[in-house]
Design a protein around this ligand. Structure first.
Ligand SMILES: [Zn+2]
Length: 235
């Protein structure tokens, strides 16, 4: 088997924390910006007042494929779509704590009756992880873990480097993710109630497939949380 150079999640966490630390140190020279509209803000604030006041009053609740509940603080519309793209594709990792904070609020609101044992995340294939250098869902899961005081663990691996869902036609999305995830260990999953994290939910097939694998390997409950949800079906 070819040994790919990948970053372990512990390393990624360290890299992420280093970035956050450096960001604080250099805040005086490079002012903090609102992760949603990019306006300069005082370092004590997580985002600007205007964006904060415009946050939706509702949380978005829907089902991932297979009937697993999924909740998101935002719809995948401006400025939230740009914010998450900037985080994911332009390494704006300093937005992670603010994003996790609003996700944690959505979790508390929608899953108040749930009791989770573990937080986990949608994994990237090692090729994609090497390309990007980090897994955005892992970073969000790690931040959520600290806010919700629930341990975060890597429970799934992605074994097939399939085409991204957003580049796949709607009718092929279920097939595209089918069988691409595997459980890391059955032992870790027995009778566990799991909060599954991803950045965006679109068709719900990715989260549905991950949840299916978790349940098939022993989990008793899987609920999902994402930063944003696609409200209009994309084709
Ligand atoms: Zn703003």
């Amino acid at each position: 088997m070819i040994q790919l150079k990948t970053y372990s999640n512990t390393e990624l966490s360290k890299r992420h924390r280093r970035k956050l630390f450096l960001r604080k140190v250099t805040a005086a020279v490079f002012p903090e910006r609102c992760p949603y509209c990019n306006k300069v803000i005082t370092p004590a604030l997580a985002c600007c007042i205007d964006c904060f006041e415009n946050f939706p009053e509702i949380t978005y609740e829907r089902m991932a494929f297979g009937g697993y509940p999924a909740v998101s603080p935002f719809a995948y519309i401006e400025p939230y779509d740009k914010a998450i793209k900037s985080f994911k594709f332009y390494d704006n990792l300093q937005s992670a704590p603010q994003f996790a904070e609003v996700m944690a609020e959505a979790v508390k609101k929608s899953y108040s009756h749930e009791d989770f044992d573990i937080i986990t995340f949608v994994p990237l294939h090692p090729n994609r992880l090497r390309e990007r250098g980090f897994n955005q869902s892992y970073i969000l899961a790690k931040e959520l873990s600290e806010l919700l005081l629930i341990p975060c663990d890597e429970l799934l691996i992605k074994t097939k480097d399939n085409p991204p869902q957003h580049k796949t036609e709607a009718k092929d999305r279920k097939k595209n993710v089918s069988g691409v995830y595997k459980a890391v260990s059955k032992d870790k999953l027995q009778n566990k109630r799991i909060l599954l994290v991803d950045d965006i939910i679109t068709s719900g097939h990715t989260l549905g497939e991950c949840a299916r694998v978790l349940v098939e390997n022993g989990a008793t409950r899987v609920c999902c949380v994402t930063f944003a949800t696609a409200v209009v079906k994309t084709t």
